[in-house]
Design a protein around this ligand. Structure first.
Ligand code: E4P
Length: 218
């Protein structure tokens, strides 16, 4: 499974990159705003900076919601760097735009996926990735992991190449469950990724090893 970090924070991206496990980055307008990145020029410059930090795919989201605008913005984003994957919302014009981008060899990530039908449509249009938002489904008492399982089954039934990018991940168990279900990618905040490092038995075991070593060697 690929690990993407879900942030526009350059320090956090660097920290995940330094761990040696990072395969890419996802951003969205809210994550950009959280870092205080506003205005088109600053946003484009920030995407360039992210691409310089990492080697993998970097999802950059369009703001337009009409076909012409999505295509114009998407082409501009894709021209920034070959690592850019154009993030397109799951709306009718978004699906049309994904079809256009696919024909023109521009990779896409269809975002705001909340149902298997939406994922199926995006895959039919040729999306490189679909982003089911599991945390936001959990937030409204609907099991987000069921959606991952359903999309996995559908994509495997028809051998779609579209990758399942599990998004809106809240905690480390989401990452583990997505791995068990066969999601191709998990995009997560740094806190959920680094939480995978921790186990109390690792800590107590290491402490005991060091104590026993020190007894014989000090
Ligand atoms: C990633 O591509 C999504 O935009 C992101 O995971 C959404 O996460 P949130 O539900 O925590 O905002």
């Amino acid at each position: 499974m690929k690990f993407f970090i879900d942030t526009a924070n350059l320090d956090q991206i660097k920290e995940a990159q330094d761990l040696g496990i990072l395969d890419g980055v996802t951003t969205n307008p809210s994550l950009m705003a959280k870092e205080g990145i506003t205005g088109k020029d600053n946003i484009l410059a920030h995407y360039r900076a992210i691409c310089e930090l990492v080697e993998g795919d970097v999802s950059a989201e369009v703001i337009a919601t009409d076909l012409e605008g999505i295509i114009r913005e998407g082409e501009e984003l894709a021209a920034l760097n070959p690592q850019i994957v154009v993030k397109v919302p799951m709306i009718k014009d978004g699906i049309k735009a994904i079809h256009h981008f696919t024909k023109n060899d521009i990779r896409t990530n269809c975002t705001l996926i909340f149902s298997a039908g939406q994922a199926l449509l995006a895959a039919k249009a040729g999306a490189s990735y679909v982003s089911p938002f599991i945390g936001r489904l959990d937030d409204i008492s609907t099991d987000g992991l069921h959606l991952i399982a359903d999309i996995r089954t559908i994509f495997d039934n028809y051998l779609f190449n579209t990758e399942i990018l599990a998004a809106s991940i809240r905690h480390p168990m989401h990452i583990i469950d997505c791995a068990l279900l066969g999601a191709d990618v998990a995009t997560a905040p740094l806190s959920a990724i680094t939480a995978l490092l921790n186990h109390p038995l690792t800590d107590s075991g290491l402490q005991k090893f060091l104590e026993d070593y020190n007894k014989g060697n000090l």
